[in-house]
Design a protein around this ligand. Sequence first.
Ligand code: ADP
Ligand code: MG
Length: 238
Amino acid sequence: MTGAVVRIDAVSRTFHMGDVSVPVLHDVDLEIGAGECVAVIGPSGSGKSSLMNLVGLLDRPDTGRIFIEGIDTGRLSADRQAALRNRRIGFVFQSYNLLSRQTALANVQLPLLYAGVTPGERRRRAEAALDRVGLLHRAGHLPSKLSGGEQQRVAIARALINDPGIILADEPTGALDSRTGSEIIGLFEKLNEAGRTVLLITHDPGVAARCSRVIRILDGRIVGDSRQRLRDLAELRA
Ligand SMILES: Nc1ncnc2c1ncn2[C@@H]1O[C@H](COP(=O)(O)OP(=O)(O)O)[C@@H](O)[C@H]1O
Ligand SMILES: [Mg+2]
């Protein structure tokens, strides 16, 4: 057992393409405590997304163990892993990953479709989630009628619909201009201040500076792990 929200023990991952083996993560250890805001930085191809996909139970490691809220996920069936992911982990991606033919409201409701929630309750919760990201007035819009920042807000509302304790975001501001990106990071800060654990991949040093901890990955290994003093953070945010 562990008090960490996320614990990774000696995790390695190699991808196979035909005869070629691509080792991507090497014996990675990592612990993230409840309520931390952690930025993951490192060059393109260093293994950041691969690591996040493992933490988010979208992929399984070749060796090592991944604990989520104390649960050894490798011991769970695929169905139980999916249920844990759906209830406890919210994902946000650079490309929003919205269904283009569905309204903002319908997109936000998607994770509830498989959870046996009644239509009325789905709608009520999706509206509340859209309201939390300041986008209730766009509920009936298709993604193509929304700006990039608005589409990302819809994606964040969708990630919040089951009230997960862990938010994983893979370069969520990568496709946005700096001002819109900063507003989106402000949303993650609010979610973190409300007690959620946030793990955020970014290329932007300004974004990393707003997290209380920064992990640096190089060639599939963690080569840096630094905590920033909260007082400095408060000054940065002021
Ligand atoms: N599904 C996959 N199959 C084969 N190779 C992959 C797969 N996913 C990632 N890779 C390779 O793993 C390495 C790390 O990728 P990734 O984790 O996406 O890096 P980052 O997010 O840091 O840019 C890259 O060389 C990439 O090509
Ligand atoms: Mg990536």
